[in-house]
Structure formats: C-alpha cells, structure tokens
Design a protein around this ligand. Structure first.
Ligand SMILES: [Zn+2]
Length: 55
C-alpha cells in the first residue's frame, strides 16, 4: 500500500472527522476514534461510510 504520510495526515474519517491510521497488514485505513475500517483500492482510499467495515 502506498499511502503517503502527508496524505494520511490530511485524511479524516467522514463519520467522525478523527484521524486515520494505515493498517499495512490488511491495506486498509482505520479510524482512530470510531474504528470504522475503510478500504484502499488501487492505492486510493475509499473514504465513504457506506463502504466502510464495522470493527
Ligand atoms: Zn471515525
């Protein structure tokens, strides 16, 4: 997964606006607050609540 640090810093959870952290093992982005898990497709984070998994 190629999510740049600067990109990760400006990304926020669309549900609660908290920062996200990259989960390298599963190539997903995890919200640090509500815990929703967002997929990354073709190196593009899909920050849609409808697409997110519940923890
Ligand atoms: Zn959240």
């Amino acid at each position: 997964m190629k999510i740049d640090d600067w990109l990760l810093e400006i990304l926020a959870c669309p549900a609660c606006k908290a920062p996200l952290r990259a989960e390298a093992a599963t190539e997903e982005l995890v919200c640090t607050d509500c815990g929703l898990i967002y997929p990354v497709r073709d190196d593009i984070p899909v920050l849609l609540v409808d697409e997110a998994r519940k923890p």
